[in-house]
Design a protein around this ligand. Structure first.
Ligand code: GLN
Ligand code: ZN
Length: 739
C-alpha cells in the first residue's frame, strides 16, 4: 500500500502557530497547548487513514531535530535545571539570558532545524516517553503506525560538535544511546515486530561525509537486530552511494526520491526482498502530478523489482507544502487545476498506487480519466530582448566614472534598504489591500513615511540614502504581485521554523513585467534630498528561490524570465536618473544543489541571470548587491562573476574573518561588510563600531570599503535604529580623521 514520508503539523489554519504564540505569551496553559497538539495529530491521521500507515512522531512543537535531541538527552550544560516544555522551548528560543541553540536551513528547503550541540561528555539520558504518548494516541484510534525518527547519520552530520572531537568519536558516544532509544520504542509492543520505524537519512543524498559510509550497513543491521520493521528514507536527491550499502543491510525497506533523483542504481535491490517506497509524487512542490508519466515510471521499476515489493510514496515529507487548495478562492481556474497541496497529494498517491496495482475503484477510475494533464506545449517564449548579458566596461573603468560623478567621501555610509515597519504602516497597506482606503490616501501615507525616512537619514548624516521600503510587505511578494506569471494563495502557509510560516509566491506561467514597479517611490524619495537615493530591487535568483516554481520548464529558464523583467526595471530607473541601484540576492546561496556535481551548472545560470538583470546598467550607474550570510569561501568565484560594483554582506558576527575570503580571492570590487548586527536589539556603541571598522581596515584597503549595518532594518524599532545609525556615523567620522 501507499505511504507518505511525513505530514505538515502547523495546522490547516495554523492552529499550532497560534497555540504556540499564545502559550509563549502566557495566554494559554500548557494543557491547552497539549490539547491543540493532540487534536491536530488526530486530524492529520484521519487524512492518512487510507494509506498503509499514519505517520507518528513527524509532529513537533518546534522541530524534529530538537525532538530527537531531547529524546536522546543531548542537552547542553547551560540548560541545566530546566525540564519539560520549559526546557524544550528554552533550547529552541533561549530563555532568561540563556542563548538558544542555533538554527539553520534543512538541506535546500526553506525549513530550518535546531542544530544539536554535542560534546563527548554529553550524558545522554534516553527517554522515549514523548514518542510513546503519540504512539498510544494513534494506537487507541486503531491506526496502523509508522514512527518517524531522524537517522543517526543525518543527526550527527547536522550537529555542531562543541568540543572539536571527531565524527568517529561522536559516533561512538551517541551510538549506544541511539540504539537504546530504538530499543525503548521497540518495547512499546510486546512483540517488536509490530513496530515500524522510518529512519530519515536525507544526509545520504549529499554523497559527502565519506567517513560514515563504512558504518551504514553495520549500524542498520544492529538496528534491525532489535527486531522491529526498519525503513530508511533518503530524499531531495538520489542516494546513489548509500543505496548499495543499504541494499546489503538487513533492513526491510527503502524510500527513495524519484522526483529529484532517478531510478538509476536500484538494480542493487533486485536480489533482495526489500520493499521499495517509490517517491514519485513531489513532496516539496505544489503541482498536480503528471500521473500517466509517473505510472510509466513505476512500470519501469517493475521491470527490475516485483510489483508486490513496490509502493507509491511522496518524494519527501509533505511538510514543505501547504495543507489544501480546497479553500483557496482566488486562484484563476487554469492555475487552480494545476495545483496540489498536501491533502490533494495524498489522493494522488492513493490513486497512483491503485492504478499501478489494478485496484482502482470506479470513483478512482473516473478520477484517473479526468486527471489534469500538463499541456506539454507550455513553452517558454523568453523573447530574449536585446539586453546585454555582460557589462561592456570593466569594473575599473566603471568605478572611475562612478567616483567622479558621485564624489562620495572615503568609507561611504549607507543602509541595506528597509527601515522599521511600524504598525501604522502595516495597517495602511492592509487597509489599502482590503479596499478600505483609496489609492490617494495610501500613497499619501507611503510618501509621508518616505519623507520622514529621508529626513532622518539626512539628520543622521548618511551618504547614500534609501526610501525605506514602506510599500513592501515582503521583498519577493512585492515584486511577484506586480509581475505577470505569479499567483498568490490565501492560505498556502508553509512552516519555516517554529511558529513562523511563509506563504511562497507561485510562479505558474511566463514571467514578464506589466509596468514599472519601484520607479515612482524612488523618484519621490530622490525629490526630497540632494543626496543620492539608491533604487532597491530583489534579484532574480532570490525571487526564484523563495517561490514555488513551475516545473514544466527549467529553473534556469524561469530565472532568465525574471532577470529580463528586472532588467526592464533597471532600465527605467536609470532613464529616470537613478544613479545607484541595489539588487538584493539574499537567497542566492540557498539555491545551491545538494550534490557537488550539480553545483557548477547552478552557478553558471544563477550568476548569468544576475548579470542579465544588471548588465543593462550604464557604466556610470552603480550596481550594488546584498547577501545575508557569512560563508563565502566556497562561492567566491560566483560572487566575482556577478560583477556587481559593490556588495554588502553580513559580517557583524564574524569579525573580519569573512573579509579574508575576499582578500584571498583578490576581490577588487567595493564591499560593505556589516558593521553591526541588526538581528539583535542591542544598540552598538561608537567604540564597538570603530573596532569593527578597524578590523576591516586590517584586511582591505580603505578605498574598497563601504560602511553599513549587516541587513535591512525592518524588524527593528525606531528607538533602536536611530541611535545605532548615529553611532555608526560617529564612528566613521572619527576613523576618517585617523586615516
Ligand atoms: N533590501 C532588503 C531590506 O533591507 C534586504 C533584505 C534582506 O537581505 N533579507 O530589507
Ligand atoms: Zn540581508
Amino acid at each position: 500500500m501507499a505511504i507518505i514520508i511525513g505530514f505538515p503539523r502547523i495546522g490547516e489554519n495554523r492552529e499550532l502557530k497560534r497555540a504556540l504564540e499564545s502559550y509563549w505569551a502566557q495566554k494559554i496553559s500548557e494543557q491547552d497547548l497539549l490539547n491543540v497538539a493532540q487534536e491536530l495529530r488526530s486530524a492529520h491521521w484521519e487524512h492518512q487513514k487510507d494509506l498503509e500507515f499514519v505517520c507518528v512522531n513527524d509532529f513537533s512543537f518546534y522541530d524534529n531535530m530538537l525532538d530527537l535531541s531531547l529524546s536522546l538527552g543531548a542537552i547542553p550544560e547551560r540548560f541545566k535545571g530546566l525540564a519539560g516544555l520549559e526546557l524544550y522551548f528554552a533550547m529552541a528560543r533561549g530563555a532568561k539570558g540563556i542563548p538558544a541553540l542555533e538554527m539553520t536551513k534543512w538541506f535546500n528547503t526553506n525549513y530550518h532545524y535546531v542544530v544539536p550541540e554535542l560534546a563527548l561528555q554529553t550524558p545522554y539520558l534516553v527517554n522515549a516517553e514523548y514518542i510513546h504518548k503519540q504512539y498510544k494516541e494513534a494506537k487507541a484510534k486503531g491506526f496502523n503506525i509508522k514512527i518517524s525518527l531522524i537517522g543517526i547519520f543525518t543527526y550527527l552530520a547536522l550537529s555542531r560538535f562543541v568540543d572539536n572531537a571527531s565524527f568517529e568519536e561522536h559516533f561512538q558516544a551517541i551510538k549506544k544511546p541511539y540504539l537504546e532509544l530504538v530499543a525503548q520504542i521497540a518495547a512499546f509492543e510486546q512483540n517488536p515486530q509490530q513496530i515500524t520505524i522510518q529512519f530519515d537519512e536525507p544526509i545520504f543524498v549529499r554523497g559527502e561525509h565519506k567517513e560514515f559510509y563504512n558504518k551504514i550497513k553495520d549500524f542498520y543491521d544492529e538496528i534491525k537486530a532489535i527486531g522491529i520493521n526498519v525503513f530508511v528514507s533518503c530524499y531531495f536527491e538520489e542516494a546513489k552511494e548509500a543505496l548499495e550499502l543499504l541494499a546489503q543491510s538487513k533492513i526491510d525497506g527503502i524510500a527513495l526520491d524519484f522526483v529529484y533523483g532517478s531510478t538509476k542504481g536500484i538494480q542493487c535491490l533486485k536480489s533482495t526482498s526489500k520493499r521499495l517506497f517509490a517517491g514519485v509524487v513531489d513532496g516539496r512542490n505544489i503541482w498536480a502530478t503528471p500521473l500517466q508519466q509517473r505510472l510509466e515510471l513505476l512500470k519501469d521499476i517493475q521491470k527490475i523489482l516485483p510489483q508486490t515489493n513496490i509502493s507509491v510514496s511522496s518524494s519527501c515529507s509533505l511538510l514543505h507544502v501547504p495543507y489544501t487548495k480546497a479553500k483557496e478562492q482566488k486562484f484563476p481556474e487554469d492555475v487552480s487545476k494545476k495545483i496540489c497541496f498536501a491533502y490533494e497529494k495524498i489522493e494522488e498517491i492513493k490513486l497512483l498506487e491503485a492504478k499501478f496495482k489494478n485496484q482502482c475503484t470506479t470513483a478512482q477510475e473516473s478520477q484517473w480519466d479526468n486527471q489534469y494533464t500538463y499541456s506539454q506545449n507550455t513553452q517558454s517564449p523568453t523573447q530574449h530582448k536585446q539586453y546585454p548579458i555582460r557589462r561592456k566596461e570593466t569594473y575599473r573603468e566603471r568605478i572611475l566614472m562612478q567616483h567622479s560623478i558621485f564624489k562620495l567621501p572615503l568609507l561611504p555610509t549607507t543602509t541595506i534598504g528597509s527601515f522599521p515597519q511600524t504598525t501604522e504602516l502595516r495597517n495602511l497597506r492592509r487597509d489599502f489591500k482590503k479596499g478600505i482606503i483609496d489609492t490617494e490616501t495610501y500613497k499619501d501615507g507611503i510618501k509621508a513615511y518616505i519623507r520622514d525616512c529621508i529626513a532622518l537619514q539626512e539628520k543622521i548624516g548618511l551618504d547614500v540614502l534609501v526610501h525605506g521600503e514602506p510599500e513592501r510587505n515582503d521583498m519577493v511578494e512585492y515584486f511577484g504581485e506586480q509581475l505577470e506569471g505569479f499567483a498568490f494563495s490565501q492560505n498556502g502557509w508553509v512552516q519555516s521554523y517554529g511558529s513562523r510560516c511563509v506563504k511562497p509566491p507561485i510562479i505558474h506561467n511566463n514571467v514578464s513585467r506589466k509596468g514599472t514597479m519601484t520607479v515612482e517611490w524612488i523618484l519621490y524619495a530622490q525629490s526630497q534630498t540632494d543626496k543620492i537615493v539608491k533604487g532597491m530591487l530583489t534579484g532574480p535568483v532570490t525571487i526564484l528561490n523563495w517561490s514555488f516554481v513551475r516545473d514544466d520548464i527549467s529553473r534556469k529558464e524561469v530565472c532568465t524570465q525574471i532577470a529580463l523583467a528586472i532588467a526592464d526595471e533597471i532600465n527605467d530607473l536609470q532613464n529616470a536618473g537613478v544613479k545607484i541601484i541595489q539588487v538584493d540576492e539574499a537567497a542566492f546561496k540557498e539555491g545551491y544543489p545538494l550534490r557537488k556535481e550539480k553545483v557548477a551548472e547552478y552557478e553558471q545560470w544563477a550568476t548569468q541571470c544576475f548579470r542579465i538583470a544588471t548588465a543593462v546598467a550604464k557604466p556610470e550607474v552603480q550596481i550594488h548587491t546584498h547577501m545575508c550570510y557569512s560563508q563565502f569561501n566556497d562561492i567566491m568565484e560566483s560572487i566575482q562573476s556577478l560583477d556587481a560594483d559593490v556588495i554588502s554582506i553580513e559580517c557583524a558576527r564574524s569579525g573580519n574573518n569573512l573579509l579574508k575570503a575576499f582578500k584571498e580571492y583578490n576581490y577588487i570590487h567595493e564591499i560593505g561588510p556589516g558593521v553591526y548586527d541588526i538581528h539583535s536589539p542591542q544598540i552598538p556603541t561608537t567604540e564597538n563600531i570603530k573596532k569593527q571598522i578597524r578590523a576591516f581596515l586590517e584586511v582591505l584597503p580603505k578605498e574598497q570599503l563601504w560602511i553599513n549595518p549587516d541587513c535591512g532594518l525592518k524588524t527593528r524599532k525606531n528607538e533602536e535604529v536611530h541611535p545605532s545609525l548615529t553611532h555608526m556615523i560617529e564612528a566613521v567620522k572619527q576613523i576618517r580623521q585617523e586615516l
